[in-house]
Ligand binder design. Structure first.
Ligand code: ADP
Ligand code: F6P
Length: 323
């Protein structure tokens, strides 16, 4: 293996830059040439890639976003698009590819390696923490801390006005961020896509809390909840109960930006170095992840076949602690 490439794909997440840096630095350490591909699979198809020196990734370990930029690329879903991408890699003598992204990006990498034999190693980059084969994804810890800080701030004003707040956090298919930020932020109620929402139960809980002396309450809602967005839920509760005057805050993409936490930087650094080692060993079709304290490799397909879900015990814990 002489030449490898690295790209970021799908939704960005804080720590992707630390991951790119780790791949580039580890490659240079082992005397490999490394190309940075612009805008994920879009750049791979269009041949938008340049060699990256060790110095080109200076000063980015902390920065959110991705210096390589990212994209969603429908053309890569088609065999023709992947054939063009493989041709771009082959014409430059690039034998290995590191893909930093979510499970969609791995499906693409899996197809590319199946159809064209390209050695691909994945690194899990998403704030949702829903990728199988790793305990944590790059960006989750940063996004969690952003959400918790937002909840803390809202609690200050909620308590001052005796108000009910609904706070919507990201997670279209995963309640991981919602449950963990809700527990860390001391939420009274947490709504997640993994459990069907019962509005009457929510109202009962709010009443019980009020009867136990709670003058303000915080309900954390995952954006993908089956009962709708936070605004829909607040309206439904208002229609069915005396809780008519609430406020709704959508944290949204704030969770995807900002400096990566030390945890995410260290995770990305470890996984980036492992990804390069795997390619040097001639391994492809795998994802570098962390399980317990170990950096591990697992098949790319584990990312979607063994999706990480939070332990349902956390839902019970949240309820106990809201007493
Ligand atoms: P994420 O990687 O964050 O899950 P997406 O699901 O949007 O994000 O996937 C990112 C990109 O990966 C898509 O725009 C597409 O180019 C590629 N991709 C996703 N699913 C597939 C698939 N089944 N086959 C080939 N490429 C895919
Ligand atoms: O997958 C990461 C994520 O941030 C989800 O939590 C969220 O639903 C989605 O991406 C938002 O994507 P977009 O950037 O397309 O709005």
């Amino acid at each position: 293996m002489k030449r490898i490439a690295v790209l970021t794909s799908g939704g960005d997440s804080p720590g992707m830059n630390a991951g790119v840096r780790a791949v580039v630095r580890a490659a240079h350490f082992h005397r490999l040439e490394v190309f940075g591909v612009e805008q994920g699979y879009r750049g791979l198809i269009d041949g938008e890639m340049e060699p990256l020196s060790a110095r080109s990734v200076s000063g980015i370990i902390h920065r959110g976003g991705t210096i390589l930029r990212t994209a969603r690329c429908p053309e890569f879903m088609e065999p023709e698009g992947r054939a063009q991408a493989a041709q771009q890699l082959n014409s430059r003598g690039i034998d290995g590819l590191v893909v930093i992204g979510g499970d969609g990006s791995y499906r693409g990498a899996h197809a590319l390696s199946q159809e064209h034999g390209t050695l691909c190693i994945g690194m899990p980059g998403t704030i949702d923490n829903d990728i199988g084969g790793t305990d944590f994804t790059i960006g989750y810890d940063t996004a969690l801390n952003v959400a918790v800080e937002a909840i803390d701030r809202i609690r200050d004003t909620a308590a001052s006005h005796d108000r009910l707040f609904y706070i919507e956090v990201m997670g279209r298919h995963s309640g991981y961020l919602a449950i963990m930020s809700g527990i860390a932020g001391g939420a009274e109620y947490i709504l997640v896509p993994e459990r069907p929402t019962n509005i009457d139960d929510l109202i009962d809980q709010l009443r019980e809390g009020r009867d136990r002396g709670k003058e303000s309450s915080i309900v954390v809602v995952a954006e993908g909840d089956d009962a709708g967005k936070a605004i829909d839920i607040s309206r439904e509760v208002a229609t069915r109960s005396e809780f008519k005057h609430s406020r709704v805050v959508v944290i949204g993409h704030l969770q995807r930006g900002g400096n990566a936490t030390a945890f995410d930087r260290i995770l990305a650094s470890r996984l980036g170095a492992r990804a390069v080692d795997a390619l040097r060993e001639g391994i492809g079709g795998q994802m570098a992840g962390v399980q317990g304290s170990e950096v591990t490799l697992c098949p790319l397909s584990d990312a979607w076949e063994k999706r990480t879900r939070f332990d349902p015990a956390f839902l019970h814990l949240a309820r106990v602690l809201a007493t």
